[in-house]
Design a protein around this ligand. Structure first.
Ligand code: SIN
Length: 549
């Protein structure tokens, strides 16, 4: 029996693991692949935060931008809390050895991204997440009390009494890479499993992002919220053949402009007579928002999507030829290298980009300490949103897996690493308090029930079903939704749910089976939440609700 099991090894999971170990707790850190296989590792842009806690105006401006990006429905109390705690938590990261980039004067270089009215984003060039991950993994490996389980997939949470309405989590079952299942008794469990971009065909997320934590907690009785708000990043490299990759919004923060082929032709023609012709005046984005290419992601991604539908092309263009190529290559070395690999030079060639699933704003409903809310189990609803009024004892969720209310209907760029570290700290504090109040540990947890289950002989149908799921979510549940497409998605997902359920009842679990089961379950909740939302706000846009983009 360990004090706490943490599932997931991105910024949120690693940070709380380090904190818990230093507080004297024994920690099991379970991660699906290697420690570094997390969405954090792919985060390019940075971490937003006001470094001077006494600068009231700057704090207020960050609150305002976060609220506005979220369509005004973010939880203002949570927003203020996160914005105010930013400086201390960013300092914690620096103390753990994270090297944020400094300018020639020795001050932190602050970047700009869509929806921000001020420069407040700390970064490590275009590999901020990788730098955070490097420092936190190093710190975590130095903690004797942390036992790491790599290549280990959490299957399901174990409850002390599954029939009770006051449920408590007492451990979990995990699947090892050799396909055996083991029981991990634990006084508390923290879910930090990241997002679920793999539900869509085009995504900036790594292959591990299949929504496991959300699905597992819902099966144990947790409530979710805001799952209809799925963020698509407007600028994922896309040439239709090569694997796509993220082109950070910070590139637009440094002046890059989105254009169609026609916009680019017109701008280049205008430059013949006026060298100073402003590229923004030729961008399709000028019709969508006065902030042009630096509007919030919901607006930019929908405008790009509309252009793709109008033109029938696979991509729009991110234009950088008016910028200093040498500066861009230095500021964005990872992106520049990836582009060179596909024979594109940053600062010279237009970059083909398209929207891709990037971040799931909704997730497990948590309070300000990351404790997971229980849902009302007497109500049978696909959205799984009705609250029981109580907590799912012993369960915490942090990072993208959780929905804290910070983002409202749309996440402001670079607020997610901030949210993760603030809530990771808070969950660590509450975890200690909570563990101190707990009596005798529960012993003799049940083993995973494998009697009568066979090895799955053929994985081919699963591969097909996974592709079918991703097509359904991309075609029917993408950036722009409509009633009939959402209902179509719902029907198709019911069929997939039935298929995976048949396999689940009959066969021993494999990673493919477990992930598909989780993905289908989450896809159904995303669809149900989208059908229920009756107004277009932030990332939720239903054509039938008849509002302009
Ligand atoms: C980016 O660099 O554009 C991604 C940052 C984020 O998702 O906040």
């Amino acid at each position: 029996m360990v004090d706490v099991t943490i599932v997931g090894s991105g910024i949120a999971g690693l940070f709380v693991a380090i904190r818990s170990a230093r507080a004297g707790q024994t920690v099991a850190l379970v991660t699906k692949q290697r420690l570094s296989d997390s969405s954090t590792n792919f985060a390019q842009g940075g971490i937003a935060g006001v470094l001077d806690r006494n600068d009231g105006d700057a704090l207020e401006a960050h609150v305002k931008d976060t609220l506005e990006a979220g369509g005004g429905i973010g939880n203002e109390k949570i927003i203020r809390m996160v914005v105010e705690e930013a400086a201390v938590r960013i300092q914690d990261l620096i103390d753990e050895g994270v090297n944020f980039h400094k300018n020639d004067s020795g001050n932190y270089d602050l970047a700009m991204e869509g929806g921000h009215n001020e420069r407040r984003i700390l970064h490590a060039k275009d590999a901020t997440g990788a730098e955070i991950e490097r420092a936190l993994i190093t710190a975590c490996l130095n903690e004797q009390r942390v036992t790491i389980y790599e290549d280990c997939l959490a299957l399901d949470l174990i409850l002390d009494d599954r029939t009770s309405n006051d449920r408590k989590v007492v451990g979990l079952w995990c699947l090892k890479s050799d396909s055996t299942v083991f029981t991990l008794p634990s006084r508390a469990v923290v879910l930090a499993t990241g997002g679920a971009g793999q539900l869509w065909r085009q995504t900036t997320n790594p292959s591990v992002a299949t929504g496991d934590g959300i699905a597992m907690a819902v099966r144990a009785g947790a409530a979710v919220r805001d799952l209809e708000f799925v963020q698509f990043h407007p600028t994922s490299y896309s040439n239709g053949t090569t694997k796509s990759f993220l082109i950070s919004e910070a590139v637009r923060g440094d002046g890059a402009v989105l254009m169609t082929e026609e916009d680019l032709t017109n701008w280049r023609a205008a430059k013949q007579s006026d060298q100073n012709a402003n590229p923004n005046d030729f961008s399709f984005m000028r019709h969508a928002d006065k902030r042009g290419s630096l509007a919030t992601r919901d607006i930019v991604a929908r405008a790009a999507d509309a252009e793709l539908k109008r033109s029938g092309r696979r991509h729009v263009l991110l234009v950088t030829e008016h910028l200093d190529a040498e500066h861009l290559a230095q500021r964005f070395p990872t992106i520049a290298q990836k582009l060179t690999d596909v024979r594109i030079e940053i600062g010279i060639d237009p970059i083909p980009v398209a929207p891709a699933a990037h971040y799931i704003v909704g997730g497990l409903a948590v309070n300000e300490w990351g404790e997971v809310k229980q849902r009302d189990l007497t109500i049978d609803e696909q959205t799984c949103t009705s609250l029981s009024g109580g907590m799912l004892e012993g369960l915490f969720a942090i990072g993208e897996t959780a929905c804290t209310g910070l983002h409202g209907a749309n996440r402001l760029a670079s607020n997610s690493l901030l949210e993760a570290v603030v809530f990771s700290h808070r969950a660590g504090v509450r975890l200690q308090e909570w563990l101190a109040t707990q009596g005798e540990e529960k012993t003799g947890l049940p083993d995973w029930r494998a009697d009568g289950l066979d090895n799955l002989q053929e994985h081919a149908p699963l591969v097909h079903d996974r592709a079918e799921l991703r097509s359904t979510m991309s075609d029917d549940m993408g950036l722009v939704k409509s009633g009939w497409r959402m209902n179509r998605a719902s029907r198709r997902l019911t069929l997939l749910d039935d298929e995976i359920d048949r396999i689940w009842r009959r066969c021993l679990p494999t990673r493919e089976v477990v992930e598909l089961r989780n993905m289908v379950q989450l896809a159904q909740m995303v669809t149900a939440a989208s059908l229920k939302r009756k107004e277009n706000i932030g990332l939720h846009y239903n054509l039938d609700l008849n509002k302009k983009i």
